[in-house]
Design a binder for this molecule. Structure first.
Ligand code: NCD
Ligand code: ZN
Ligand code: ZN
Length: 349
């Protein structure tokens, strides 16, 4: 239960989880694992490494590399397989049997960072989806079409209309998470879908719209995929997040890229928010006078949808502003976080 002090300057809630994060690999793990494990209980760890996490063996090895960073003891990484057109139903059954892997991720080939090994035609992985539905493994989806003739601001909506609608109809018992939603269309789709369809929402898509990225100068650290949309979409996401509808829950999509790879003529897609994830979400809920709805979104609805137990301990946030550093170390590189050099209103006690 959320406890609000009378003056609402502290907030205690069940320990949250992050249902979508990129921890990367190698030297970066020191920093990404430390950040995510500060207070998150679990994290769904995205498999878009190079090469991707394709099978139980890869997932176990990646899990071990994460655990070698000695995350806080309350932290557990939840592993995900990367679906390719070569993934077999046996890969799914083996991963389920091994117990470490809770989901598999559909990246349309070419849709986002390290998605080249992804799926060109969803029909080709229908036998794999059949197996997932059968064994109860969740499908996580980067929901954008890749057709170059489709406007980048429309790619999520077109994916919903041309791919996802058929997919959820053809696999009614498959649990599907539409990741990092960015449009009112996605909110409407999930709200109207069966109880087996949910969505994650990032802090940056709740806090920002495309003006923040493009008006008065181009700001590459706001560039992520799916791209920030116009404010009416942002407002629809905020309404969904604070609605108390259990099919919308927290997934930061914190996705670090080295500063020089973002501040470049052709910059990478991804925003870093793991330095202040729950703090940024708290700002959004506070702004909406909906702090009492944060716990459901951050700590209850995710595990409920995944069929996992809720965390049993708590964290406490204080309404006390602090200045985010200009950058943070990320292995041998530096990463510029969201809100760099600026204030955040909440801090974790
Ligand atoms: N969101 C992003 O813009 N980038 C992510 C990939 C993804 O989640 O689509 C990344 O891995 O950098
Ligand atoms: Zn994605
Ligand atoms: Zn992501």
């Amino acid at each position: 239960m959320t406890t609000l002090s009378p003056v609402v300057n502290t907030l205690t809630l069940t320990r949250p989880d992050d249902w979508h994060i990129h921890l990367r690999d190698g030297a970066a793990l020191v920093d990404t694992v430390r950040d995510v494990s500060r207070y998150m209980g679990r994290a769904i760890v995205m498999p878009n490494l190079v090469p991707p996490v394709r099978n139980t063996h890869d997932a176990k090895a990646y899990y071990d590399r994460i655990m070698a960073q000695r995350p806080q003891p309350h932290f557990t990484p939840l592993m995900v397989l990367y679906l390719t057109e070569q993934t077999t139903p046996d890969d799914i059954r083996a991963a389920k049997a091994a117990g470490l892997v809770v989901a598999a991720k559909l990246y349309p080939a070419g849709a986002t960072t390290n998605s080249d090994s992804g799926v060109r035609d969803v029909k080709r992985i229908y036998p794999v989806l059949e197996a997932m539905q059968d064994v109860g493994m969740l499908l996580l989806v980067h929901g954008e079409v890749t057709d170059s003739s489709i406007d980048i601001f429309d790619r999520e909506q077109v994916f919903i209309d041309t791919v996802l609608t058929d997919l959820v109809r053809d696999f009614p018992a498959l649990k599907v998470v539409l990741e990092h939603i960015t449009t009112a269309n996605a909110v409407d789709f999930v709200s109207a879908a069966s109880a087996n369809v949910a969505a994650t929402i990032t802090a940056h898509h709740l806090l920002y719209n495309r003006n923040h990225m493009l008006a008065g100068g181009i700001r590459p650290h706001y560039y992520c995929l799916p791209i920030l949309k116009r404010s009416t979409h942002q407002e629809a996401l905020v309404r969904a997040a604070v609605s108390g509808n259990p099919r919308f829950f927290l997934g930061t999509d914190s996705a670090p890229h080295a500063k020089d790879k973002k501040e470049a003529a052709c910059g990478c897609a991804g925003a870093y928010t793991a330095h202040a994830a729950i703090e940024l979400y708290a700002e959004v809920f506070d702004e909406q006078n909906a702090l009492d709805k944060l716990e459901g979104f951050a700590s209850h609805f995710g595990p409920d949808f995944y069929g996992l137990p809720r965390n049993t301990d708590t964290i406490t946030l204080r309404c006390e502003s602090w200045t985010v550093p200009a950058d943070y170390p990320m292995g041998d590189a530096r990463v510029v976080p969201i809100r760099a050099g600026d204030l955040i209103a909440w801090r974790v006690a």
